[in-house]
Design a protein around this ligand. Sequence first.
Ligand SMILES: NC(=O)c1ccc[n+]([C@@H]2O[C@H](COP(=O)([O-])OP(=O)(O)OC[C@H]3O[C@@H](n4cnc5c(N)ncnc54)[C@H](OP(=O)(O)O)[C@@H]3O)[C@@H](O)[C@H]2O)c1
Length: 274
Amino acid sequence: MAGLKKRRLGKTGLMVSELGLGAMDTPHSPEAEATVSAALDLGIDFIDSAREYAGSEHLLGQVIRQRGGKDFHIASKTFSHSINGSQYDIDHSLRVLGVEFIDLYQLHDISTMEAWEAVMREDGALAGLQVAQYRGLIGHIGISCHSNEVLREAITSGAFDTVMLEYSAFFTETAPLIELAAEHDVGVIVMRPLGGSGRTSTMRGRIADGYDGPLTPANLLRYVLSNPGVSVAIPGASYPSRIQENAATASGYEPMDEAERASLEREAARFYHD
Ligand SMILES: NC(=O)c1ccc[n+]([C@@H]2O[C@H](COP(=O)([O-])OP(=O)(O)OC[C@H]3O[C@@H](n4cnc5c(N)ncnc54)[C@H](OP(=O)(O)O)[C@@H]3O)[C@@H](O)[C@H]2O)c1
């Protein structure tokens, strides 16, 4: 199996494996530690967490201790909108992870204009992240968001090194924002690249029942990675076998052409109508 390719994470300048891991649900698995270890052993070096993902930072901290140090990039997030709250969360993340530095810290789910205005105030959460960056506690600043309006503001504001957005064959409306981010050298982290846990569970059931069409986790991952504006896709996973499958896909895939992309989008749109 060829190794995982690396991409530049926008103006952070970090080179990260284009296949990352979203560690939102991983801690709930009986194979949580083995899943994270499998990811790291296969060359995944970007793992997304958050204060709000119960047990996720604890799990990463455990793995770091087991491995005798941190040999991957960590991204975490704060739900706070205030300057004090975001700094408190960073201090908490550092303690739980057992590290002195977090590569990327993001504002979590800033998905309304009210939330955007709150975090951008002089006493808002962005200012707290900037203080922590000045203190050398975090390397880079990002934002995760489910609103295209806020994403556009964030990308063009110059205040963020990365944006985390949803993008998949099920959810294509952020494609123009991925292009905009590339123009502004803002790194793009793709959440829910396989369409989310509900859809993947149904997909696995259909495949077990004999479905042999193109709508598979492997093709969904190929779809996202075929977009050159994406810096890193972070599928969630609870088992080492998922990591192995995704790493195999990402190590040897042919990028999709326009016709194949359009065909997968049509199949994804039909998903709930069959
Ligand atoms: N900032 C935000 O507001 C926000 C919101 C949502 C997500 N996120 C981030 O994005 C990450 C990914 O999102 P997500 O987990 O909701 O959606 P996703 O990555 O699209 O889908 C995850 C699901 O896909 C399954 N899966 C993974 N690889 C598979 C494979 N090879 N074959 C079959 N099934 C496979 C996983 O199953 P198992 O769990 O059973 O292994 C899991 O249920 C999260 O972990 C989080 O870091 C951020």
